[in-house]
Design a protein around this ligand. Structure first.
Ligand code: PEP
Ligand code: MN
Length: 337
């Protein structure tokens, strides 16, 4: 449930309510909005059923949250959440483009891509250090060496870096080097891992599982936020359907649906959604038009030789051309690139 406070509620009244909730063994989450402050009460609501919270001084109203997800729901927080990654804000007017190779394959290639995507207007550098590969015999990523390359590329370009975490044992390493932590589609439902992210003081990029519903994605985000980390960006990266022309089927309508249901920012990954270089630009255009807050695009200096996801990677000049074209789409829907 959420407790909506009166505009005139005092700090003392607020503290009294928070103490009452905690004394019942429940966890209060305070959200200070532009228009009002609300307290989310998370936990088994039976405990408060007989407590007349609506009669407490300073309380305007008590409303149940009907959705199964609570803290990430629009019901709990009306205003859009802005997630800040080393100064880059996700969820405002500017479309935030994250670009870089699927895997960091070495220092030189990463510095080359980083320089190109930065010049072309990307705001974040992506690159995998720990790769979730379908085959155990495929390239698994360079681990800490890749993280060091990402840190060097950040130094050189100023771009914050986002990289995937798969194993909770790697948290100290990722914490040391990354600015944003990606949870890939395969781990979207790894609830033990998601709980660990509460203590991580880094924003999270949570990708939708390829077999996950929108509600399941939001429940996974709820795991992270309820564990103590409110900085979550959601990513639509395509789902598995009967269609085989594309690697996955981009479910673009999830963007406005999620925005109705949740206050969290949403970005689209056209690379994994299609698996095809020629479809990246059309999908980016559609993603911006439908309201995405950002894009995650794979770029490789020489896609033909990429150690992972070459067929869906753009070459640097293709990426730069695409970015020029996307600016007018952004303008047409009141955004900027
Ligand atoms: C990736 O971003 O490189 C990746 C593996 O993505 P996903 O988890 O969406 O497949
Ligand atoms: Mn990839």
């Amino acid at each position: 449930m959420i407790i909506v406070l009166k505009a005139t509620a005092t700090e003392e009244q607020k503290r009294h309510i928070l103490e009452k909730i905690e004394s019942l063994g429940l966890r209060p989450h305070v959200s200070v909005g532009v228009k009002r402050t609300v307290i989310g009460v998370i936990g088994p609501e039976d405990a408060v059923r007989n407590v007349p919270l609506a009669a407490f001084p300073g309380v305007e109203t008590v409303v149940p949250i009907l959705q199964p997800f609570k803290l990430v729901s629009r019901e709990f927080k009306e205003d859009d959440t802005i997630v800040t990654v080393r100064g880059v804000e996700i969820g405002r007017k500017k479309i935030v483009v994250m670009a870089g190779p699927c895997s960091v394959e070495g220092r030189d290639m990463l510095l080359e891509v980083a320089t190109h995507v930065s010049r072309a207007g990307a705001s974040l550098l992506r690159g995998g250090a720990f790769k979730p590969r379908t085959s155990p015999y495929s390239f698994q990523g360079l681990g800490e060496n890749a993280l060091k390359c990402l840190a060097e590329a950040r130094e050189k370009t100023g771009l914050p870096v986002v990289t995937e975490l798969m194993d909770p044992r790697d948290i100290p390493l990722i914490e040391k080097y990354a600015d944003m932590v990606q949870i890939g589609m395969r781990n979207m439902s790894n609830f033990a891992l998601l709980r660990e992210l509460g203590a991580l003081k880094k924003p999270i990029l949570l990708k939708r599982g390829n077999m996950a519903t929108i509600n399941e994605l939001l429940m996974s985000a709820e795991y992270i936020v309820s564990s103590g980390n409110p900085n979550v960006v959601l990513c639509e990266r395509g789902i598995r359907t009967f269609e085989t022309q594309t690697r996955n089927t981009p479910d673009l309508i999830s963007v406005p649906v999620i925005k109705q249901l949740s206050h969290l920012p949403v970005i689209v990954d056209p690379s994994h959604a299609t698996g095809r270089r020629d479809l990246i630009e059309p999908l980016c255009r559609a993603a911006i038009a439908i309201g995405a807050d950002g894009l995650l695009v794979e770029v490789h200096p020489d896609p033909e030789t990429a150690m992972s996801d070459g067929p869906q990677s753009l070459a640097p000049d293709q990426f730069a051309d695409m970015m020029r074209g996307l600016a007018s789409v952004a303008r047409a829907v009141g955004r900027e690139l």
